[in-house]
Write a protein that binds this ligand. Structure first.
Ligand code: NDP
Ligand code: 2IT
Length: 447
């Protein structure tokens, strides 16, 4: 229940109109909670129906994706693109290929993307897409045929000035390559319609590293403000995909010791510090399980199941796998072990109960929308380079990324303070992200 009658009404409608989509309800509820003081201070937003408009996607596309497996059998998956909000720029956001994908997951991700993209300060609207296709165990040819079929339909709905997808879980350089090739072939145009492209065909330097690096730049800034740093800190990171790998790299560079990583089967604990070149080889090249780590590092431990990773004593925790992977019990275990900072590399990895455990125990908490915005920010930089038909050096892109993350931290901190919520970066990020979109919507009339 909210104090505001207006917000209560919006929430009720969201639940009624989007039944059986708990992740979407969760994401909306969190933002609306943060907006209470804003709605009170800005009655014009209620009058213009800003909140009921912002929770309703501008467009949802759902489509059939038929493809042939290596045995010649017909397979059918479902594809989605949710074009959530284009008030401040073309729809922008990743594509997720994972068996758990359904409309509610894509809507929660698309909704959060609106505010995250706004926080970057760059002109990008919010969108998200994906499929319940599972790339695990599929051959390269199967992945290619799936990607081509997926893009055959998606190409009708996207474009460099309309909607620019990118990667997310299960979508990396390989998948982006196959989708870009198919788009170009169908449309006979060479534009920056996807980001996260390979460096030989329009990709940006530092995009691969950007989400993980950006997460650490944000965390570093949050730590500094509290008189702390990564130096000599013990760090636990969940996941072992794109975000986790480059968060490990940067956290280590900043002086931290990363002692654990995971995948959906289990986690490794290496008290000597994770051997990152080995993890890159296992995950990026061989596409193997994290359990293989202990074969070459017998002194490290492997444990089945993902949740136990949060019982490892650490100073800083960076959840970088998936939504709701860190619950109340795990949050309490982290607090009991002395963890003083948590920043979200994944989207919505902490349950609402976990977030309140962190906040009520004075743990510095960097929410996903702010902390993992470096990926999409660098995607926007890739779009700029594509439009200019030019490319910046790694150092140039990395410096811009760092600036962006520092600004996101400051804007989130300052917005929280302005509304009397000092130290609440969840509220700060939601408010700062919302204000720009709301003002753009006000200026553009009833659309
Ligand atoms: P990857 O596919 O590269 O890696 C995902 C990692 O998370 C893998 O280790 C995977 O394990 C694990 N994982 C996925 N689903 C589950 C699950 N249901 N339970 C337990 N573990 C799981 O994806 P990314 O690293 O790109 O994405 C990770 C998170 O970061 C996601 O929440 C994504 O939305 C978010 N994000 C990504 C950005 C990007 O630029 N890539 C930008 C901002 C946020 P397994 O291999 O066993 O599936
Ligand atoms: O969640 C995210 O911000 C992403 N998966 C990155 C999106 C993008 O367009 O780079």
């Amino acid at each position: 229940m909210f104090k505001s009658k207006y917000l209560n009404g919006v929430m009720e409608t969201v639940i009624k109109r989007n039944p059986a989509e708990p992740e979407f309800h969760q994401a909306v509820r969190e933002v609306l909670e943060s907006l209470e003081p804003v709605i009170e201070a800005h009655p014009e937003f209620e009058k213009a129906g800003i909140v009921e408009r912002i929770v309703e996607p501008e467009r949802v596309v759902s489509f059939r994706v038929p493809w042939l497996d290596d045995q010649g059998n017909v397979q059918v998956n479902r594809g989605f693109r949710v074009q959530f909000n284009s008030a401040i720029g073309p729809y922008k956001g990743g594509l997720r290929f994972h068996p758990s994908v359904y409309q509610g997951i894509i809507k929660f991700l698309g909704f959060e993307q609106i505010f995250k993209n706004s926080l970057t300060g760059l002109p990008i609207g919010g969108g998200k897409g994906g499929s319940d296709f599972d790339p695990k165990g599929k051959s390269d040819n199967e992945v290619m045929r799936f990607c081509q079929s997926f893009m055959t339909e998606l190409s009708k709905h996207i474009g460099a000035d309309c909607d620019v997808p990118a990667g997310d879980i299960g979508v990396g350089g390989r998948e982006i390559g196959y989708m870009f090739g198919q788009y170009k072939r169908l449309r006979n145009e060479y534009t920056g319609v996807l980001t996260g492209k390979g460096l030989t065909y329009g990709g940006s330097l530092a995009r691969t590293e950007a989400t993980g690096y950006g997460l650490c730049y944000f965390t570093d800034e949050m730590l500094k403000d509290a008189g702390k740093s990564f130096k000599d800190a013990t760090v636990v990171i969940s996941g072992s995909g794109n975000v986790a790998i480059y968060a490990t790299e940067k956290a280590t560079e900043l002086g931290g010791k990363v002692v654990a990583l995971s995948d959906s089967n289990g986690y490794v604990y290496d008290k000597n510090g994770i051997d990152l070149p080995l993890v890159k080889q296992l995950k990026e090249v061989e596409r193997k399980r994290i359990s293989e780590y202990v074969k070459t590092h017998p002194e490290a431990e492997y444990h089945e199941g993902c949740k136990g990773i949060w019982t490892i004593p650490c100073d800083i925790a960076l959840p970088c796998a998936t939504q709701n992977e860190l619950d109340e019990e795990s949050a309490k275990a982290l607090v009991a072990n002395g963890c003083y900072a948590v920043a979200e590399g994944a989207n919505m990895p902490s349950t609402p109960e976990a977030v309140s455990v962190f906040q009520s125990n004075g743990v510095l908490f960097g929410p996903a929308k702010a902390a993992n915005a470096g990926g999409v920010a660098t995607s926007a930089l890739e779009m700029s380079q594509n439009s200019m038909r030019y490319s910046w050096t790694f150092e140039e892109v990395d410096a811009k990324l760092k600036d962006i993350m520092v600004n996101i931290y400051k804007n989130s901190r300052d917005a929280a303070e302005k509304y009397g919520l000092k130290g609440n970066f969840v509220a700060g990020a939601n408010i700062a992200g919302f204000m720009k979109v709301a003002e753009a919507m006000m200026a553009q009339g009833l659309v």
